[in-house]
Design a protein around this ligand. Structure first.
Ligand code: HEC
Ligand code: HEC
Length: 494
């Protein structure tokens, strides 16, 4: 009998052997067709493959948790200083798919950039930083967004701009959901940094152009901000709530909320504006590659964001050795990890109220755009003012029914395609704020008619004025109170 058991174990082990198929993701033809043209018709040009592959690869170092001041185990930081640098994993030792996913998890937590702890973007040893950034802690008492990293013995640095920083969510009870719509108040971190550098009276024009410049749009969206100082920018950034980020390519006025990465496999378009196609695992790798700062090198008409940093001409690319990219292998592991993410267990009851809500959902026409099982039709809807070009009707999945939300992100930015994609409603119970810029904090607010009026104080991202309307998507706004409550109860079961 025993040998049968051994045979079975050997066979099982064999069947677990995993053969990764790692393809070169950066191919000029593929990159050209990867993204939608921008709203004005402009087609940005990513760097050519021969340049891309000459950029050195970023290493994935082993990382260590960060504790708030006063809560660190005795001698912890001193011990970190004695450690040798160590890579997070050895590709040669990855055997099963689970091994690869675990390696991808390390990539998810690894830095896009590094900052040292004595003066840095993340001054995590400074109590003042914790107050200013309103950083939340996980149940285990550590900071989810960043980790310590050692690249050189004796020098403890902080991972910066890891995927985990914007794509991890701390629930009220401290549970951390990796990959969920992130809850970091990224603007507060950035504002803290700007103020710490002490140049707040200087003009903000250069910084704004680097992150938000879109000079081909007429009138230039940055004209409104031309008088801003760095302190003005910091003040605005500090007002942006948890779960919304004025990331590169959005706008100070129209930031974006990071989408939930859990369940991404079913989505055909990425980003709130449906900027990038998603047809395969490689497209997730490409998304991560582009957004890991390689988009600063992209040519938008005759504007290349990186030229602001190097004070160079737009037609010049910096020497590739001065940049960093993620290796195809690490991006592959990362994408496998993202695909493997599972939603937390939903405790919301599918009771009589939720069942009534399901009927309300159907009767209000929601399934036209949010049909089961994904609760999205995976289509793009034109933003207010965007005229769908004829060729898009055959190339992309367009539902020419505008929902009328604020058009700025879709029309006036480098991520703006003229569309908002229909988001999946799966997992709305553990995400928010809602709407592309996270303008309302809760589902109750999203279905509250008051948000349509100019004197509304948005409960999520406020904007640059004390009050403003959060227009559009008027579905379900005028229901009887008990039907509205039932609809929301139903949505919370998804
Ligand atoms: C500074 C914050 C930040 C960091 C760091 C970050 N993201 Fe994001 N991510 C966002 C925001 C904001 C969006 C939405 C952008 C938009 O709608 O235009 C987004 C969108 C995405 C999407 C599209 C999801 C969807 O359903 O549309 C993917 C995939 C993604 N991020 C993966 C990653 C990965 C992988 C990393 C690490 C390499 C990463 N992100 C790092 C903020 C961040
Ligand atoms: C014509 C298509 C369409 C219909 C009909 C529609 N929606 Fe939407 N829905 C969208 C689009 C597009 C967005 C994203 C808008 C934006 O962010 O600017 C959205 C966003 C949402 C959001 C916010 C999701 C998030 O993560 O921010 C919820 C919740 C929602 N819809 C629920 C519903 C419900 C419930 C109904 C019916 C009462 C409904 N929708 C009807 C297209 C539609």
């Amino acid at each position: 009998m025993k040998w049968i058991l051994w045979l079975c174990l050997a066979a099982c082990a064999f069947s677990q052997e995993f053969r990764p198929e790692i393809r070169k993701i950066w191919d000029d033809k593929v990159m050209e067709a990867l993204e939608l043209p921008l709203a004005s018709g402009l087609k940005p040009k990513h760097v050519p493959a021969d340049y891309y592959y000459r950029i050195p690869e970023r290493k994935v170092w082993k990382t260590y948790p960060i504790y708030p001041p006063g809560r660190e185990p005795a001698g912890y930081f001193e011990r970190l200083k004695t450690l040798e640098p160590e890579l997070a994993f050895d590709v040669a030792k990855l055997k099963t798919k689970a091994d690869w996913i675990r390696a991808g998890e390390q990539v998810f937590h690894s830095a896009n950039a590094f900052t040292s702890t004595n003066f840095s973007f993340t001054q995590v040893r400074n109590p003042e930083w914790w107050t200013a950034t309103e950083a939340k802690l996980g149940k285990d008492g550590t900071l989810p967004y960043y980790r310590y990293v050692i690249r050189q013995k004796g020098k403890v640095e902080v991972t910066f701009d890891s995927c985990a920083s914007c794509h991890s969510r701390v629930m009220d009870d401290g549970q951390v959901i990796w990959g969920a719509a992130g809850s970091i108040a990224f603007g507060k971190h950035w504002a803290y940094q700007i103020r710490k550098e002490g140049k707040t009276s200087e003009p903000a024009a250069g910084l704004l152009k680097l992150f938000f410049g879109a000079p081909w749009i007429k009138p230039n969206p940055l004209d409104d901000f031309s008088a801003m100082t760095l302190e003005d920018v910091a003040r605005h950034l500090a007002s942006i709530p948890h779960g919304v980020g004025a990331r590169q390519g959005t706008s100070l006025r129209a930031p974006a909320h990071p989408p939930d990465l859990i369940g991404i496999a079913g989505r055909k378009y990425l980003d709130n504006t449906g900027l990038q196609l998603h047809r395969s695992l490689e497209d997730i790798m490409r998304y991560a590659a582009i957004n890991g700062f390689v988009d600063e090198l992209t040519l938008y008409g005759d504007f290349r964001p990186i030229s602001i940093i190097h004070s160079s001409q737009s037609d010049e690319l910096p020497p590739p050795e001065t940049e960093l990219r993620s290796s195809d292998t690490n991006l592959y592991a990362l994408a496998l990890y993202i695909y493997s993410l599972q939603p937390p267990k939903n405790q919301n009851p599918n009771d009589a109220k939720a069942k009534l809500g399901k009927k309300v959902f159907a009767s209000q026409g929601c399934p036209l755009c949010h049909p089961a099982p994904l609760y999205t039709n995976n289509k793009l809807t034109p933003a207010r003012g965007f005229k769908v070009p004829a060729e898009h009707r055959t190339t992309y999945d367009v539902l020419d029914v505008p929902v009328g939300t604020d058009p700025e992100l879709a029309m006036q930015t480098r991520r703006g395609t003229g569309y908002y994609r229909v988001p999946s409603l799966r997992g709305v119970w553990y995400r928010g704020p809602f709407e592309h810029s996270g303008s309302v904090a809760t589902l109750e607010d999203w279905f509250d008619e008051k948000r349509l009026k100019a004197d509304y104080v948005p409960t999520g991202y406020r904007g640059m004025t004390p009050t403003r309307a959060v227009p559009g998507h008027e579905y379900g706004l005028r229901l009887k109170p008990q039907d509205k409550a039932a609809l929301i109860a139903f949505l919370k079961t998804l």
